[in-house]
Design a protein around this ligand. Structure first.
Ligand code: DHB
Length: 312
């Protein structure tokens, strides 16, 4: 029987599949559902210092080939997620979970990370540099100067394992420039990709979500080729200590297989989890194992990053 075990920053996980931040992770009840499913772990909804109501509804819509959202960072505030994680690590000392966060300003981001640093939290922290949905706040990771400034400051005080959630990039020069910045820092992982920002979905003659006149982040089937390109571009460019989490367009075991082939060590499920519920983890894991068995692969190491090119 093939194994889909993996590790990130030396922490072992029984399965390489987990939720993508934003889906099934706003409340403890949702997080517990993911935790008790076939998922290897979970990530919490991106937290800000204070709880936020987010944008007016409707603000998320499943559509035939994916989803569109402009949630606007609704969350329960850092203390809610951190208190839960601290309790959980007492109860389940052998399991590791991901905490996602970002401030509404650089100052707030540092306050959040300093709170995590000073806490007893022993898990993985994901700094979200790619929220596309707060009106007036551009995505941090599309501004390379600001990204470098933030990471320099962060690593002057943050000593726990830290990764970053990235938006998709679309130009080879941008892959090069972004990787040159990330390689300067002791990042545990980069997570590629967040939604493709600010798409527009129309039904009859109307948009389908209220905020920003219908503009929102696109997920699901639409984004797999972009996600795979980002996973592989960073796998090729980053130093080997920085692992890749692959997110985007995972509907089937085949999609997860492709993310791993491109270099992913962990694979996140967003839109499909929203559409199908936590049963998606069991289905996708089983499908991935069938593919591995057919190919004679026993572990993810047997094919991770081994994407084949057409020579000549
Ligand atoms: C939201 C959306 C994102 O893609 C993200 O990374 C963070 C927050 C949101 O709208 O809530």
């Amino acid at each position: 029987m093939p194994s889909t075990k993996t590790q990130i920053a030396g922490f072992p996980f029984e399965n390489c599949l987990m939720n993508a931040a934003g889906v099934a992770c706003m409340t403890i009840a949702e997080l517990e559902e993911v935790r008790l499913s076939q998922a290897g772990t979970f990530v919490t909804k991106t937290a800000t210092l204070e709880a936020r109501a987010g944008n007016p509804e409707p603000r998320y819509q499943d559509v035939p080939l994916g989803s569109i959202n402009s949630m606007g960072l609704p969350n329960q505030g850092l203390d809610y997620y951190l208190d839960y994680l601290l309790e959980l690590q007492e109860k389940e000392p052998n399991q590791t979970f991901f905490l996602s966060l970002v401030g509404l300003s650089q100052e707030e981001t540092h306050r959040l990370l300093k709170q995590v640093e000073e806490s007893e939290f022993k898990g993985l922290t994901e700094l979200n540099l790619s929220c596309p949905n707060v009106p007036g706040k551009p995505q941090i990771a599309y501004d390379f100067e600001t990204t470098e400034t933030i990471l320099k400051e962060v690593f002057s005080y943050f000593t726990k394992p830290l990764g970053i959630k990235l938006p998709p990039y679309f130009d080879m020069v941008h892959f090069d420039q972004a990787a040159a910045i990330f390689n300067q820092f002791p990042l545990a992982f980069v997570n590629c990709v967040n939604s493709i920002g600010n798409g527009l979905y129309i039904e009859d003659e109307s948009v389908v979500i209220r905020p920003k006149n219908g503009f929102g982040g696109i997920g699901g089937e639409y984004i797999k080729p972009t996600a795979l390109a980002n996973v592989h571009a960073f796998y090729q460019r980053l130093k080997p200590e920085i692992q890749i989490i692959g997110t985007g367009g995972v509907l089937t075991g085949r999609d997860a297989f492709e993310h791993i082939l491109c270099g992913a060590s962990m694979v996140q499920v967003g839109t499909t989890l929203h559409k199908e519920g936590v049963a998606a983890f069991e289905r996708i894991t089983a499908e991935l194992k069938v593919i591995m068995a057919e190919k004679g692969y026993e572990s993810l190491d047997d094919f991770r990053g081994k994407l084949q090119y057409i020579e000549g």
